[in-house]
Design a protein around this ligand. Structure first.
Ligand SMILES: [Zn+2]
Length: 325
């Protein structure tokens, strides 16, 4: 019999042997933790559909940031939720708005922390779309000017990376030009290059209060049925000067992570989105799954597909698990 088949089990014979030949690892440095900041004081309010994820006012954000830093997480993704919303999303590019104040505060308290600023208009517009509307349609090129202004304002506040999520055509080029002209040529752009019009964002929209008041985002976010289109989107962003590429959401779009990995050499980010998190939390609360093992298997799956960095609401738990806590 010997020699007629392969003995794959030799390399799985013990925990030490498996550790020796393991191909992919999740490190705490790979994790980016999203934060939701609101106006007001003494607010730490759990988002009902996302157990363990909170809205923080700036005063309560301090304790959260202490915990994040102590866990060894070195990157956060900032979402500001303003009280005042208007037609053109003015708070997105107001230097004194909640997002900008939060960035300044974090950089003052934790200068070593990488603060990534989500750059979009949907949290700031009263209609909830990611751009300005003209006769009910999102006006792409008018929106670009506002996005560039928002990015410059965030960079001024101290953001280390600008992460535009709006899916307008030309957003990387417009933001790059705006940053360069304002003296921020050194600030990288993490483009949400391949972002789908997905149902997996449901809980997030509750968190960011950003559900569109009319219509949907299908004229700018991608059709979940399309893969080749994602390569065109990514190629445009690379040509326009993106420094990182992102795929969002993660689990149902793992093939896109692999396709981008095989086609581009930029650092690749995957967003493990809100519904992916909420479904795990709900199943774990019912005792149906082993939360830690499910989450670690998911994250190593992202790495195996080719992701370098993972934006995830599980980041704090993962940091603890990686330390054996
Ligand atoms: Zn948006």
């Amino acid at each position: 019999m010997a020699g007629t088949f392969d003995r794959h089990r030799r390399l799985r014979s013990s925990a030490a042997m498996r550790n020796l030949v393991r191909e992919n690892h999740v490190r705490v440095e790979d994790l980016i933790y999203p934060l939701f900041v609101v106006e007001g004081t003494n607010i730490k309010e759990e988002i009902p559909s996302m157990p363990g994820v909170y809205h923080f006012s700036l005063d309560r954000l301090k304790e959260e940031m202490e915990e994040i830093a102590a866990l060894g997480i070195q990157s956060v993704l900032m979402f500001g939720v303003p009280e005042h919303k208007d037609y053109c999303g003015s708070e997105a590019y107001n230097d004194e708005a909640i997002t900008q104040r939060a960035i300044r505060q974090i950089k003052a308290d934790h200068p070593e922390m990488i603060v990534i600023a989500d750059t979009c208009l949907c949290q700031y517009t009263d209609h909830g779309h990611c751009g300005v509307l003209q006769e009910g349609q999102v006006d792409n090129d008018e929106t670009l000017k506002l996005l560039a202004a928002a990015a410059v304002s965030q960079a001024k506040a101290g953001a280390d990376i600008i992460a535009p999520s709006n899916m307008m055509d030309g957003f990387v080029a417009a933001i790059r030009q705006g940053l360069d002209e304002a003296g921020f040529a050194h600030i990288p752009i993490m483009s949400y290059a391949v972002k789908y019009a997905s149902s997996f964002y449901g809980p997030f929209r509750e968190a960011a209060h950003s559900t569109p008041q009319s219509g949907d985002r299908k004229t700018y976010q991608m059709d979940p049925a399309n893969a080749r289109e994602g390569l065109r989107e990514a190629a445009s962003d690379v040509a326009e000067g993106a420094d990182f590429l992102m795929v969002k959401p993660g689990l149902a779009f793992m093939d896109m992570v692999l396709r981008l990995r095989e086609n581009f050499n930029l650092p690749l980010v995957v967003y493990n989105v809100s519904a992916e998190y909420s479904m795990v939390k709900a199943a774990a609360a019912n005792g149906w799954i082993d939360e830690e093992r499910i989450v670690m298997e998911t994250l190593v799956g992202f790495k195996r597909a080719g992701a370098d960095l993972i934006i995830t609401y599980h980041a704090k738990d993962v940091a603890k698990w990686l330390r054996g806590e």
